[in-house]
Design a protein around this ligand. Structure first.
Ligand code: F6R
Length: 604
């Protein structure tokens, strides 16, 4: 998740920019850069890895007197983490930093390239600066060129741009990605993509609205809204707590991470979908050579992603899969066969048990792939192939957005393999891709839903246990729902296949047994419904989550009516995450740091 800072004033700009970026480190990043403009021209520094590398590269540089500067921390989405792909991106006389996605960048890039413009990075961002300079060359004023550029780009963005044509100005725009403008009594002006970057530097801020754009210099700020109307400047005072600023208005990191799932899933998808094809630049033509089956190995939530994948892979790619708990696999003398693709799934890339199984597979000569959220982690360094989940740094111990992005990657991978093995035709793949594009919107949390879950949660603070039940991919989702609840509420919860309840657990049914029933319309609805009715008949307390009203339930959470079970999967995922969180909050637990748990389990 990228971070942006900007500064205009007379203090040493390098320190201000890097300090601001340091406050955004919690968002995760793999490279960073700054561009500072003084009378003498631009000074630019970029470095891979941590900010200390950027500091080392710029040790001998200092500004004297007035300067303008922009800075950025980048979490790779479009193009690998390299210095060339790090921001700020350069034109002939200008630099830009950008958060978000320029959806029509390829079309703009083609247009600029045919005009003779050379691109040096793989990013979508670079089109912004070239497009701006293209209009500037047509003898427009810098601000007019900036506006022309804005009128051409589509997608989500927060942008800062500086140019030698106007050495004392910063141009800015916001649409979909956050951007805050701050001032202090010394006439200094700041930008940040989050409060955290501004606390301690300025007291008064404007939270820019979508469609806002403009420019500022030492004296003035010109702010326009989406209708091109000049805005009166209304400042609010900045919060003072850095920790709460990092939570961006949410009570817990877990809550923030649930809410940002639609954004990070968009990042997971970007560049990987065409109308009829899944694109994984990370995989080569030999990837599936000699492969007959797949073994997944992982722990905890990542195990649930693997289990979900096994349904999708067998359904779409028609390839045999097995799913292993890494902690079991490593000690049970498994038979390893070189025709097996060995896939480890891990948010952190450091989980000791999963890492060990990856080593075992490598030693046995198997082809290996890791699906991971952390670039340069131990697993990423070891595996033959890596696909990054792109969830951004996950701080809440209970995993949410990492799970969501893992499942999206695995669903895409099942389609990628299906196309290579020709188990689905182009039309069928195109249909699934259309559905994949709808996933981000299905994970947006609406206030009404959250409020309903909050109200319901007070009825689920006791009882002698919870069963989350579902069929097909909703069984791993049930496991995940139960795990979330256990981790942060400390209440006993189990995930179970709906059809298995009658083989034993139904003996527990009474009003104090809470059943969270996942009832998708598009996957085995009648079968699942009968299973829930069996429980209802025995007086278990039922909370049903479904698009279809269900009169045997004590409580009902309605999700939207869609045409695909995976869209129901992602909507229900958000519901079970929020339900666990609300129960935990009511019980007064520490949602982000539940007892006895650690974010990365590097011991066996
Ligand atoms: C649950 C959770 C854990 C992890 C497990 C594996 O919310 O976070 O169950 O999923 O420890 O961790 P990774 O995915 O980092 O290998």
């Amino acid at each position: 998740m990228c971070g942006i800072v900007g500064y205009i004033g007379r203090q040493p700009a390098k320190k201000i920019l890097i300090d601001g970026l340091r406050e955004l480190e919690y968002r995760g990043y793999d490279s960073a850069g700054i561009a500072i403009l003084q009378d003498s021209g631009f000074s630019t520094f970029k470095a891979l890895g941590k900010l200390i590398n950027l500091e080392k590269k710029s040790t001998s540089f200092e500004t004297k007197g007035f300067s303008v500067g922009i800075g950025h921390t980048r979490w790779a989405t479009h193009g690998k983490p390299t210095e060339l792909n790090a921001h700020p991106h350069m034109g002939e006389n200008s630099y830009v930093v950008h958060n978000g996605i320029i959806e029509n960048y390829q079309e703009l890039k083609n247009e600029l390239q045919s005009d003779g413009v050379t691109f040096i990075s793989q990013t979508d961002t670079e089109v912004i600066v070239h497009l701006f300079e293209h209009y500037l060359k047509n003898a427009l004023e810098a601000f007019d060129a900036f506006k022309m550029m804005l009128s051409r780009i589509e997608g989500a963005f927060a942008i800062l741009l500086v140019t030698t044509t106007k050495k004392n100005q910063i141009f800015f725009a916001k649409s979909g990605s956050p951007m805050i403008l701050g001032i202090n009594s010394e006439d200094e002006k700041f930008f940040g993509s989050s409060d955290a970057a501004l606390i301690g530097k300025c007291e008064n801020v404007i939270y820019l609205e979508d469609g806002d754009y403009g420019y500022l210099d030492e004296k003035d700020i010109l702010l326009y809204n989406k209708d091109d109307k000049r805005q009166h400047l209304t400042f609010t005072s900045l919060p003072t707590s850095k920790l709460s600023a990092q939570k961006e208005g949410f009570r817990f990191f877990m809550e923030k991470e649930i809410y940002e799932q639609h954004d990070v899933i968009s990042d997971t998808l970007i560049g990987r979908l065409s109308d009829e094809k899944i694109i994984f630049d990370e995989l080569d033509d030999n990837f599936l050579d000699g492969i007959n089956d797949i073994t997944f190995s992982s722990c905890g939530t990542s195990y649930h992603s693997a289990l979900t994948a096994s349904y999708l892979f067998e359904r779409y790619a028609k390839i045999k899969t097995s799913v292993e708990f890494a902690s079991e696999f490593r000690y049970r003398s498994p038979l390893l066969n070189s025709s097996t693709l060995f896939v480890v799934i891990s948010q952190s890339g450091e989980t000791a048990d999963t890492l060990e199984t990856l080593k075992m597979a490598k030693d046995a000569g198997l082809k290996t792939l890791v699906i991971c959220n952390v670039d340069n982690s131990s697993m990423v360094r070891l595996a033959d192939y890596t696909i990054l989940a792109r969830a951004g740094i996950e701080k809440g111990v209970a995993s949410t957005k990492a799970f969501a992005t893992q499942v999206v990657v695995l669903w895409m991978l099942s389609l990628y393999i299906a196309s290579k093995r020709k188990s689905l035709d182009t039309k069928e793949i195109a249909k699934e891709i259309k559905i994949l594009r709808e996933v981000p919107s299905k994970t947006i949390v609406n206030d009404e839903l959250h409020e309903r879950i909050h109200r319901l949660s007070k009825r689920y603070l006791h009882g002698h246990g919870f069963f989350f039940i579902g069929r097909d991919v909703f069984f791993p989702l049930a496991l995940e729902g139960a795990l979330k609840l256990k981790e942060i509420s400390y209440l006993h919860a189990e995930g179970y296949p709906s059809g298995e309840m009658k083989h034993g657990p139904i003996a527990l049914a009474d009003p104090e047994l809470f059943t969270i029933a996942l009832l998708p319309k598009n996957m085995l609805y009648d079968k699942s419904k009968s299973n829930v009715e069996e429980l209802s008949a025995r007086d278990a307390t039922i909370c049903a989550i479904s698009p279809v009203n269900f009169d045997k339930a004590d409580d009902f959470i309605q999700i939207s009516n869609t045409q695909h079970y995976m869209l129901e999967f992602f909507e229900m995922m958000v519901v079970v995450q929020l339900l666990s969180m609300e129960i935990s909050i009511r019980l007064g637990n520490d949602v982000d740091m539940p007892r006895n748990l650690a974010k990365s389990v590097t011991v066996e």
